[in-house]
Design a protein around this ligand. Sequence first.
Ligand code: 3PG
Ligand code: MG
Length: 408
Amino acid sequence: MSAFNTLDDLTPGQRVLVRIDLNSPVEDGVVQDNNRFDRYAETIRELAENDHKVVVMAHQGRPGRDTFVSLEQHADILADHVGKPVNFVDETFGEKATEAIEALDGGEILLLENTRMTDDELPEKSAEEHAESEFVQTLAPLFDAYVNDAYSVAHRAHASTVGFALALPAYAGRVMQAEYDYNTGVAERARNAEGQVTMVVGGNKSKDVIGVVDNLGDVVDNFLIGGLPGQLFRRAQEYPVGYDVEGMDLLDDQYEETKDTLGDILDEKGDQLELPVDFAYKGEDDERAEIALEDIESKDREYFDIGHDTIDAYTPIIRESEAVFVKGAVGVFEDDRFGDGTVELLRAIGETDCLSVVGGGDTARSITKYGLDEDDYDHISIAGGAYLNALTGKELVAAQVLIDAADS
Ligand code: 3PG
Ligand code: MG
């Protein structure tokens, strides 16, 4: 029995407001198709087939970032995956949205504009406070049920993730149910593993890696570090890694913010960490080139992947592990020149008879992009932050609200 009320508990033919997570990479203003659309298409199709009037809420980016765009393109991509038209209205709530919602027939689908375009969405508040917002108060009366399927944003207490659960009968969607059950259970399995537990940590957020190493240090035997965290740890050891020219300060800002903690981790858990011994960059003719850590003389270059000596050092550790978790890509795999690290580590994981869980926002996309076989992994999570919260045993606030709703 599930901890949630699920779609199995929902009577067909209702007015359903469903929150999903279509937050996607955006390149030059163009929204990139990814695994999230595939997974959510199943939920949306199931709801439509059950003759519900399906109104979809989702977010994209954050105000101020260049990924903060309208959901208009998402509607078309989602429609392709669902195999049915997905209508779009360029308002999250208000007269226009209400009109579009009321015009729906059973089995029809409508996507509302980016939830983060309303001021009510983002403040981190309690579910009770969010339930009082104009956003929730305006939309909720138009529906019979709220379905939250947005596992990957379940660590955020936003209006669309927690507020509606108090204003309407609340249900977990299929993705929420599957990801919650799997990720919560797997943390337990890792704790009980007898053999080596390894975690590949990449991505571009050094704060994430710090949380992981701090919280999972007792469970995970080896952390194989790549991506931005790999560069930052090497910098904390006083190697001149990265690019220190004004205007290119992603690494510098993150380094300043985290250098004390990085130093502490190196002191306390240094022997659990494997760090890059070489890096890949854009060399002559813009081709992939590599340089050994020891040969780097100054901070005048950007690195986009771990090098092949690092790959050769990491893969044997993977092959000897009983369980391997992945959080984030070790290189900028979106660029074919810099996919080697990500692909070779994933290939080693796929070939090893171990418990394997791949998570971290876009990381799952590399599996499809490089033709690896999804079936070689036990679980591919479409979540980043929420996946980490689950692994480290932190509460997922929006999942908890659904569980409480099912209990009451
Ligand atoms: C994600 O893509 O990780 C989720 O959608 C959460 O997005 P956020 O980190 O901008 O809140
Ligand atoms: Mg994120």
